[in-house]
Design a protein around this ligand. Structure first.
Ligand SMILES: Nc1ncnc2c1ncn2[C@@H]1O[C@H](COP(=O)(O)OP(=O)(O)O)[C@@H](O)[C@H]1O
Ligand SMILES: [Mg+2]
Length: 148
């Protein structure tokens, strides 16, 4: 692990691990995502790109990215700790959100499981009740973006 990352995570608590990244609580409402492998670096890069290119209608469903390393080995993201409850209303909201991403040419992978259940590892709830995706490192953008 790179020296700067070691410095950033010193004394910080590990709050999550996925297949591609390790996540630390930086305090003050922020987390640090550190790539475990080259796929982690790709995920960080995709998150930065998707976040940058998304219009506000879908950006409001993406966890806010604060900063990132030039080599994409790490990124700082806002921390979201409210879990989504499994209600019919939230299920409808989740599917509406997925449809909205698609409408803007973004394929929202890993937001639900293969059996159509919410993937609670990757989604949270904002204080205003909106669903927010905290892992969009596997999203894909269509080459030709639809106008609306
Ligand atoms: N912004 C965040 N706020 C709170 N917890 C987070 C955040 N980002 C990630 N986590 C936690 O860390 C875990 C791993 O992060 P994730 O981005 O999903 O990594 P991976 O790409 O390896 O799946 C998540 O499942 C979640 O528990
Ligand atoms: Mg994940």
């Amino acid at each position: 692990m790179n020296k700067n990352i070691k410095k950033m995570i010193r004394g910080k608590k590990n709050i999550g691990v996925g297949a591609r990244r390790v996540v630390y609580d930086l305090g003050g409402g922020y987390v640090l995502k550190v790539a475990k492998t080259k796929y982690g670096i790709m995920s960080n890069k995709i998150e930065v790109m998707i976040y940058r290119l998304s219009p506000s209608e879908i950006k409001k469903h993406l966890a806010r990215i604060e900063k990132f390393g030039n080599d994409y080995s790490w990124l700082v993201m806002k921390r979201y700790s409210l879990m989504l409850k499994k209600t019919d209303r939230n299920m409808r909201k989740l599917f509406a959100m997925k449809a909205k991403f698609r409408k803007y040419g973004v394929v929202p992978y890993e937001v639900t499981t293969n059996s159509g259940k919410p993937n609670y590892n990757n989604i949270r709830r904002k204080s205003n009740g909106e669903i927010v995706v905290i892992d969009f490192g596997n999203f894909k953008r269509h080459q030709i973006l639809k106008k609306k």
